[in-house]
Design a protein around this ligand. Structure first.
Ligand code: H2U
Ligand code: ZN
Length: 361
């Protein structure tokens, strides 16, 4: 789309520019002239993944011992437990603990849990069946309800840190929950920007943004009856995605049965595309941003998930957020539109299940 009011010599696919993240107010520099060819074509194969379905050494597999002597039950679906090395502790003081103007601090409390997505050690979300992914969606919603109703829990952050490239300690399919007294800074920034937009437009920011993306049709990757996955206009990570419900919904527990089924289906397709991009189990940090659980009114909020994958060019070449990006602001070469096109080209049949030509094994 050629921008309105743009100087005649501005080409969004050629000219360096910066884009604003409407959820956080932050900027990203886009340098499309550095990718004369949008894709270099290299796919480095990683060694095949020969993990067993059950690993006696894994602290997340059913029946196994965890740190501190606890044992996992012989679970057959999903399994949630309190993190044995929780970053936050439930019982403690809250409030200001500053030591004057220069040493500002607040006591923090919270509950941290781990969610095993499947008993099977060698699976990942895209390799699970849609009804099994649906079960994960239900667990996410249950956890928001369970933790969110506690008096000292004002935000419940669900996330998955996947792959060694992201520092995940264990390939067993799992995610985490950190719930806290304070609203963490990412959702707090998003809250402020969504609130400001709602105050002037009387409509949720992400509902209007999605409508504009559906008109533009440049950054949409996958969609179904209830959900849309888009490379946001302001994406920082090369293959970043924003997953949005079509309906106005502020938190996971409010999703209908049909929306949950449809979300599981969308995740399966989306994550299969991610894996197929570099023929590797795609690493990322993902998480849900729903409304805070402090009981206030959040009509301006729209539920969404972020996927932040580090990979840039292959299974091993990742983007580093260093130098100018730490000191100035983030920058990218491949545009959000090019990234969306690359993801749209991918098959929805997982590369591990692709039929091999006769003679190859
Ligand atoms: P990753 O999502 O980064 O892989 O972390 C797994 C979590 O599992 C981590 O937060 C917890 C760690 O504290 N853990 C346990 O609760 N019990 C254990 O026995 C080992 C790891
Ligand atoms: Zn395991």
């Amino acid at each position: 789309m050629q921008p309105i009011n743009a100087p005649l010599n501005f080409d969004p696919n050629e000219t360096p520019h910066r884009r604003r993240n409407l959820l956080t107010g932050e900027w990203v520099i886009v340098s499309p002239h550095r990718t004369k060819r949008p894709w270099q074509g290299q796919v480095e194969r990683t060694p095949p993944d020969n993990r067993p379905a059950y690993d006696p050494q894994c602290y997340l597999c059913p029946g196994n011992a965890r740190a501190g002597g606890k044992h996992n039950p012989p679970y057959t679906g999903t399994f949630v437990f309190d993190n044995d090395f929780a970053a936050l502790l439930p019982d403690g003081p809250t409030g200001d603990v500053s030591q004057g103007e220069f040493f500002q601090a607040q006591a923090e409390t919270g509950i941290c849990r781990v969610i095993c997505f499947s008993p099977q050690h060698n699976l990942t979300l895209p390799e699970m069946a849609v009804p099994e992914i649906r079960r994960v969606v239900d667990v996410w919603a249950e956890q928001i309800e369970d933790l969110g109703r506690r008096p000292n829990v004002n935000y419940v952050q669900l996330f998955e840190n996947k792959g060694a490239a992201m520092g995940s300690s264990n390939p067993h399919p799992h995610g985490q929950i950190w719930s806290s007294y304070h609203i963490p800074q990412e959702p707090a920034k998003e809250d402020a920007h969504q609130q400001a937009y709602f105050a002037t437009h009387n409509s949720p920011l992400l509902i209007d943004y999605l409508a504009a993306e559906l008109v533009a049709q440049e950054r949409i990757v996958v969609e179904n009856a209830h959900w849309v996955a888009v490379v946001p206009y302001w994406a920082v990570w090369p293959f970043e995605l924003l997953v949005l419900p079509r309906r106005h919904v502020t938190q996971l527990p409010d999703l209908t049965d049909a929306e949950r089924d449809s979300l599981a289906e969308l995740f399966k397709r989306l994550l299969t595309r991610y894996d197929n991009l570099f023929e590797t189990s795609f690493p990322y940090s993902m998480g849900w941003h729903g409304q805070p659980t402090d009981g206030a009114s959040y009509a301006h909020w729209q539920l969404h998930a972020h996927f932040y994958p580090p990979l840039l060019r292959s299974a091993t070449v990742k983007k580093f957020m260093v130098g100018y990006e730490m000191l100035g602001n983030p920058q990218r070469d491949i545009t959000a539109e090019q990234a969306a096109a690359r993801l749209r080209e991918q098959s929805e049949v997982h590369y591990k299940n692709r039929a091999l030509p006769i003679g190859e094994s």
